[in-house]
Each structure stands twice: as C-alpha cells, then as structure tokens.
Design a protein around this ligand. Structure first.
Ligand SMILES: NC(=O)c1ccc[n+]([C@@H]2O[C@H](COP(=O)([O-])OP(=O)(O)OC[C@H]3O[C@@H](n4cnc5c(N)ncnc54)[C@H](O)[C@@H]3O)[C@@H](O)[C@H]2O)c1
Length: 433
C-alpha cells in the first residue's frame, strides 16, 4: 500500500514515520519547504523522543519514507491520502479554523488519478469529512475515491509509542470497501490485539472531540477540588489517589495543576462547545470547564503575587516552558501565560526548559533564558515549577536555596514533598495542598 500524508507536523510526521515502520511506502508532504529540506537531512523540526531514529532508518536504510513539497505527484500514486494539517482555533470565535483542510481537499481533488481513500486524521468537527467529500466531488467522480475519518489520539512526548500501541483505532467509513482497506492498513496492530472501533464518519469525528473534552473536564474537575482542598486543609494528592483507585474513575488526568494547555485540549474544547451551540444542544458542562480553565491562569498568578509579595522589579524563575514534559511545543503553554502576566506587572522572568527555550523566546522576547535550572534560580525571589520535566524532580534544592531564607517555591505540578522543602527553609506552595 502506498501512503501519502499531507501536513508534516507533530501528527503527520509521526504517522508517516510509524507507517513506514509498519512497512508501507510513505510520502510525507508539507508546504513548508524549509521543513521538508530539514527532514530530508534527517533532522526533526521539533523535539519528540525517538523520531530521528525512525527517520534515519526509513529515509536512509529501508527508503520507505520520503519527504516532498509537491502535493500533486504524491497524490497521483497514493492508495491512501491522509490529511494531517493543523485545525487551530479561529480568533475570538473558538471555532476550528478549517481553511488548511479545505485547501488540501481542493488540491487533492485536482490530483486524484486512480481510486484512493482520502482520510481526515486532523481533529475536525463533525461534518468536515463529508464536506471534504463534496469538495473532491467537484472534480472527481464518486467511483474514484472514498472518504474516511480516522482521528489521531497520540500524545506529544510519547507519540511513537502511542501510535504503535494505541488503546484503540477509530475508523469512520461509509462503506465496506473503505472499512476493509483501513482494517488492512492497521493490520500490523493486530499483534497487540488493538481494538479497531468501526463507526460512521460522524460518530468517529465526535469520538475525538468527546474524548478530549472528557479528559479536559477531568482536569478542571480535579482543579476545582484542589481549590476546595486548599480552603479546608485537605490534600489533593491524597484525594486524587483515593478517587483514582476506583476503576470507574481511574487515576489518569486527575493531577491538579495550572489547568490544561497545549495544542489540542483548549482548542478542541472550544470547538466542541461551538458544535453544540450550532446544533442548539446544551453543553453547559463543557462551557464551565472551558471558562474555569481560562480563568485559572490569572487566579494562579494572583496567588503567586500575593503569597510571595512579588513587586515590580523583582525577579521570578519559571522552570519549564513547554505545555508538558518531553516536547518543545509551547502552544497554549500555561507556564508562558503565567510568565507573561507576571512580566506585564513589571516582574523579570528568568527561565529554563530542557527543550522549549528556542520556541519560547521566538514569541516572548521578555524571557531571560538560562543555561540550566540552577542558573535560572539565581537571585530570584520566587521559583515556579511550571512543567514537570523529570530533571526538575532531581534538583539539588539545598544548593538552590543556599543561605536565603524563605525563598518561595510554587510547585504548580506537585512534584516535591512539601515537608522536605519546608525543612530546607523554603516557603512552599503546592497546588491543592
Ligand atoms: N499535536 C498533537 O499532539 C495532536 C494529537 C492528536 C491530534 N492532533 C490534531 O492533528 C492535526 C495536526 O496537528 P499538529 O500538531 O500535527 O499540527 P502542526 O501545526 O504541528 O502541523 C501541521 C502541518 O501542516 C502543514 N500544512 C498546512 N497546510 C498545508 C498544505 N496546504 N499542504 C501541505 N502542508 C500543509 C504545516 O506547514 C504544518 O507543518 C490537528 O487537527 C490537531 O488537532 C494533534
């Protein structure tokens, strides 16, 4: 089977590299020529563990993987074409901006030469895949293609493992022919007995948004419980543990923190709310999740300022800038949002992140970058743990506090033991403790 992946970002590149690992001849296309040149030199344009090894294997050795910025040629020969372009939030409205998807659908429609499947793997609101079909039908007859929805559930930071060992694969098809091709495509996953959930196109599109929105709801829920814990002297980590052991609840996504960020949850929650609104369906639960999460950043910033008495001209340290560990993705990063508000109040921000500093500095010139976590903490009044990178768990905190008294540490991710830090002389503030 010959595959073409259009959009070589976090999802497209991992999808392409992993399908090559399955043994398929795969072409990854992107309109960004610099990106394609970098990839052809075996350089991954972003940080994701394990990708460069796969690139090297399939670009240079098996030759199953190739990169191109020419969409027409890549579509002519393909059996399956995946759309993996971005679907960001439209400014102000919160609706998904589908312009990249429509552009790609038009280009595909002009270049189909033999029967192929056109698969939406980008996260797209219900109805989008059918609209892609209508666009293609303007140039191609129905016998020459089928559309499929196959949303992606990988997580940045563990993307390859998630792709190779998913909890499930969801495929939304209109007929048996396309369903059988998709099942054949994912046959290598039979080895791990991966469930294939076969649905209508509409259900498949909704599954993706409902899944992300449910996880986001769990996060906002536990963060509201964390706020309550702070008021009543309870400890959110004990509470979450006590809840999560219950198999009906589960322990994942029950970690109190600064709220959800990243390239998916914020935009997907907003887009799902919009879909409900357009269909006159009450989704007030999700609207509450969204507005609580949006407000959490300023609540946390207020807490930092008031508890540490931060003033204009003071310096604060942000440890961790990416929206989660093991990625350099800073889209909707809560650390950067907090740093920005503090900086607007005249506070200097020193920072350190193992991978995300270049991306962060590009868009936030106020950040003062440091070579390591220790340098970032020097002469700071406040340390904020924004992202739970493993290397922050093993810092020599005795060295950082030195002879200072009552250095404030805001452990937004609850990675430290409050008792130990208090004994070292820190003024420790966890989340929900
Ligand atoms: N990032 C994740 O963790 C993740 C996980 C699951 C699903 N998703 C979804 O997958 C989709 C892609 O996300 P991403 O994070 O990989 O996006 P991204 O922004 O990292 O990458 C998108 C790529 O598409 C390219 N592109 C845009 N228009 C193009 C065109 N006309 N022709 C060729 N290339 C084009 C861009 O240059 C870019 O390289 C989104 O819908 C997202 O919601 C993302």
């Amino acid at each position: 089977m010959k595959l073409t992946i259009i959009g070589t970002g976090y999802v497209g590149l991992i999808t392409g590299a992993c399908f090559a690992e399955f043994g398929y001849e795969t072409v990854c296309v992107d309109k960004d020529l610099d990106r394609i040149n970098q990839l052809n030199d075996c350089i991954c344009p972003f940080y994701e563990p394990g990708v460069e090894e796969l690139l090297n294997k399939h670009l240079n050795k098996t030759k199953l993987l190739s990169f191109s910025n020419s969409l027409p040629q890549s579509v002519h020969n393909a059996d399956i074409v995946f759309i993996t372009v971005g679907t960001p939030s439209k400014r102000l409205e919160g609706d998904a901006d589908l312009s990249f998807v429509w552009d790609v659908a038009r280009e595909i429609s002009q270049n189909i030469k033999k029967y192929c499947l056109v698969v939406t793997k980008s996260t797209v609101p219900v109805g989008t895949t059918q609209h892609v079909k209508q666009i293609i039908l303007e140039n191609v007859n129905q016998e020459s293609f089928d559309v499929v929805s196959n949303p992606e559930f990988l997580r940045e930071g563990s993307a390859i493992d998630d792709f190779m060992r998913p909890d499930r694969v969801v495929i939304g098809c209109e007929n048996k022919k396309s369903e059988n091709i998709m099942k054949e495509l994912y046959r290598p996953l039979n080895l791990n007995e991966t469930p294939i959930v076969s649905t209508s196109i509409e259900s498949s599109e909704v599954i993706k948004y409902a899944s992300n929105s449910f996880l986001a709801t769990k996060i906002s829920f536990i963060n509201q419980v964390a706020n309550l814990c702070e008021q009543v002297g309870a400890n959110i980590q004990d509470v979450a543990k006590g809840m999560g052991i219950d198999k009906r609840i589960g322990s994942k996504f029950l970690h109190a923190g600064p709220g959800y960020g990243g390239s998916c949850f914020p935009k997907d929650v907003k887009a799902f709310i919009n879909t409900a609104k357009k269909n006159n369906v009450d989704f007030s639960i999700l609207s509450a999740v969204d507005s609580f999460n949006d407000g959490r950043i300023s609540e946390i910033t207020k807490k930092i300022i008031s508890k540490s008495n931060l003033n204009k001209g003071d310096t604060a340290t942000m440890l961790g800038l990416s929206f989660k560990p093991n990625t350099d993705d800073i889209r909707d990063s809560t650390s950067i949002k907090i740093a920005k508000i503090l900086n607007e109040k005249g506070i200097n921000i020193k920072c350190y992140d193992p991978e995300a500093m270049t991306n962060a500095k590009k868009e936030n010139s106020f950040l003062v970058l440091s070579d390591d976590a220790y340098a970032a903490c020097e002469e700071s009044k406040v340390i904020i743990i924004g992202t739970e990178w493993n290397e922050f768990r093993a810092l020599d905190l005795k060295q950082i506090i030195g002879k200072q008294n009552n250095l404030c540490i805001f452990d937004l991710r609850n990675i430290y033991n409050p008792k130990e830090l208090k004994e070292l002389g820190y003024n420790y503030f966890g989340t929900g403790t």
